[in-house]
Structure formats: C-alpha cells, structure tokens
Design a binder for this molecule. Structure first.
Ligand code: SF4
Length: 180
C-alpha cells in the first residue's frame, strides 16, 4: 500500500537544523513514520535562509497597534524575521497539498502548534501562542490533523492522530471521486 505523506519538522527526524546546529530526533516520531507513513521534512527557518547555526528567535507582541501583532525577532539583536517568514509560508504552504497530517516541534517560535512563549514588549508579561509557520499551516489547512512530538508520546493521543490522518485521507479521496 502506498504510504501516506506527513509533514514533519525536520529537526525531529534527526536533521541538524536547529539554531545551535543540533537536532531533536524523536524515536516516537521515527517509529510512527516507519509503520505506514512517509515524511515530508520542513524546516521553515533554514528554508527561508536563516542559516545554521543562527541566532535563536522569539515571538513578541506589539500592543501599540490597533490589534496585537505577533513578530518573530532575534532574541539578542531584535532582527525582525516576520516578513520573511510570512513570505516563506505563503510559498511553502502552496506546495504541501499532498500531505495527510503534520508532526510539529513543540514550543518552537516557528513550528510550535501552541504553548509558544509570547513576550509582551511594553508590559514585560508573557503569554503563549502558536509559532508563525504552525499558525499559518493550521489556517491554510484547517482540517489537517496536526500534533506535536510531546503530545505524540501519549498513546491515546497518538492513536487519535493516526485515526484523524486516515479519515482526512478518506475524505480527500471521496472529494476527488465526486469530482470525476
Ligand atoms: S523547530 Fe522548526 S524551525 Fe526550528 S529547527 Fe525544528 S524544523 Fe527548524
């Protein structure tokens, strides 16, 4: 049977793409892929040209605007990567039409699907949000099953994720058949 394609944050596959030149290989992710899925690796920060090694980034909230605007900036330099990431997202997401799910790196300012620290510049407070790539992914493909590697460690959550992937693929197949 043809393997279903899953987007995966590249560092979880053992690729040395993190800001410090290291990886976050996750054996649960690798084992899951081996059974019935094929990985489509994505590292937004490297693919948009930030390089390895690189300055780590963080998310900051601009509260001086009519609504809160989240920016991605260098943790030390303050270099603003927001526009580059938004541009990358629109190009990359258009190429990911054949994936049936996505395993994202938890708490990453780019890849985290939630619980990413958000720094409020004026007040100094912290809250949490989603990473800039993950947020764009979930908005572009609202029904796509997504999970992070920490949640995947839970057996029930993993089985639920697999069931959602299979249902997502079935729904896509049904839509394709109805158009013929
Ligand atoms: S979390 Fe995302 S952006 Fe960061 S190294 Fe991993 S794949 Fe790249």
């Amino acid at each position: 049977m043809k393997k279903l394609k899953l987007g995966v944050s590249s560092c979880l596959l053992g690729e040395s793409v993190r800001y410090n030149g290291e990886h976050k290989r996750d054996s649960t992710v690798i084992d899951l892929l081996g059974q019935q899925f094929e990985a489509v690796p994505v590292c937004p920060e490297v693919e948009l040209g930030m390089g390895v090694p690189r300055e780590p980034v963080q998310l900051v909230a601009d509260i001086g605007k009519p609504r809160v605007v989240v920016r991605m900036v260098g943790a030390e330099s303050g270099k603003d990567w927001t526009e580059a990431m938004v541009g990358f997202n629109s190009i990359k997401l258009a190429t990911l039409t054949n994936i049936s799910g996505f395993i994202l790196k938890s708490r990453s300012p780019s890849c985290g699907p939630g619980n990413v620290p958000l720094h409020h510049e004026l007040s100094g407070e912290k809250s949490s949000t989603e990473g800039l790539f993950a947020g764009a992914l979930m908005k572009h493909f609202p029904s796509l099953p997504v999970i992070d590697e920490e949640t995947l460690q839970d057996e029930i959550a993993k089985e639920d994720f697999i069931a959602r992937i299979i249902e997502h693929r079935r729904a896509a197949t049904r839509r394709g058949a109805s158009k013929q």
